[in-house]
Design a protein around this ligand. Structure first.
Ligand code: UDP
Ligand code: MG
Length: 317
């Protein structure tokens, strides 16, 4: 039978973790009892440098329940790195992997359905939100605009699929070959290929604790998604540059005609407009180049994406 490892990134989740651990380990136990998965399956909590009691909750739970295990990062590395760190640590122990947030916003009833699809031969099963009723109108609107934009610039993404998904061992092996520091898993996983399908569920409101994804982090993730996968912004700036150059040619002809017709040109306003306009365009262009240069700088350093301080998996096995 196949060993499942459920990877749960957790950052300051002392409020929601006790409940999540019991709910998720119950789900695991039920699937073990139903002989769907191997009895050595695990719940692997990734403590992403929490400043609260998250890690001690995991350590205590792992002593009481052999299904529960954890790894402890040396500091906060961010959600995407917590997921990839969890999968890296889990890979030697498991055959199939599910990633889910610690706050139980995602419906745990989708987990057995994902496993069914895996047993049907699918390598990737995306958890897709069928209803976004719990999101604010603003979040829904920005999410929709984001998916549209990503599609336009050629990044294949599954709309309304977050990081709640199943991946088979061979997909995780391929995923771990993607060494980028600026991780955007939602864009990478569809690129890997293999047979994939979706399981739909209704996403709930966060019951305990508060979101670790304020608007600032959400925008940073979206920007990362665009710039890590596409040079479309550079193409856009090029088009803009060509367009403004054409306009400036038109201006040249216009002012030459005015000159030969003997008109005195009170050029102050047009000069001011051009200076500001071109200055703005140039700044945008430079900053876009700088953005990619910064990415290259970060990637070439090749620093570790996460650092594991403690690993309960090692002690337990
Ligand atoms: N998380 C993490 N590291 C971070 C921020 C968040 O591991 O730096 C975890 C968090 O504990 C949760 C998941 O990532 O399990 C998603 O975060 P959250 O629920 O706050 O995001 P939202 O659901 O509001 O988008
Ligand atoms: Mg959440």
């Amino acid at each position: 039978m196949k060993k499942l490892v459920i990877v749960v990134p957790a950052y300051n989740e002392e409020e929601s973790l006790p409940k999540s651990l019991s709910v998720l380990s119950d789900v695991l136990q039920q699937m073990i009892d139903a002989k769907k998965i191997d009895s050595e399956s695990k719940l692997l909590v990734v403590n992403d440098g929490s400043k609260d009691k998250t890690w001690s909750i995991v350590v205590d739970a792992s002593k009481k329940n052999p299904l529960i295990s954890g790894i402890n990062f040396s500091r906060n590395f961010g959600h995407q790195n917590a997921v990839i760190g969890g999968l890296t640590a889990a890979r030697p122990y498991g055959d199939v992997f599910i990633t889910i947030d610690a706050d139980l916003q995602d419906d745990v009833n989708a987990i057995p359905k994902m496993i069914d699809q895996y047993l049907n031969g699918y390598d990737v099963v995306y958890g897709v939100r069928s209803a976004r009723a719990t999101d604010t109108r603003f979040k829904r609107w920005t999410a929709e605009a984001f998916y549209k934009l990503m599609n336009k610039i050629g990044v294949e993404m599954i709309p309304d699929a977050a990081d709640f998904r199943l991946t088979s061992g061979r997909v995780v092996d391929e995923l771990l070959q993607y060494k980028e520091r600026n991780l955007f898993l939602r864009g990478i996983v569809p690129k890997i290929g293999f047979p994939s399908t979706k399981v739909f569920y209704a996403r709930k409101e966060r019951e305990l604790g508060e979101s670790k994804y304020p608007l600032r982090k959400m925008l940073a993730l979206a920007w990362n998604g665009i710039t890590s996968f596409s040079v479309a912004p550079m193409h856009f700036v090029l088009t803009l540059g060509i367009f403004t150059t054409l306009i400036s040619f038109g201006m040249m002809v216009y002012s030459a005609i005015q000159y030969f017709m003997g008109h005195v040109i009170a050029g102050w306003s047009s000069i001011m407009v051009s200076i500001w306009f071109l200055g703005g365009i140039q700044l945008i262009g430079i900053s876009v180049i700088g953005e990619y240069l910064g990415k290259v700088f970060n990637e070439t350093k090749g620093r570790p994406r996460f650092i594991i301080q403690d690993n309960l998996m090692d002690d337990q096995n």
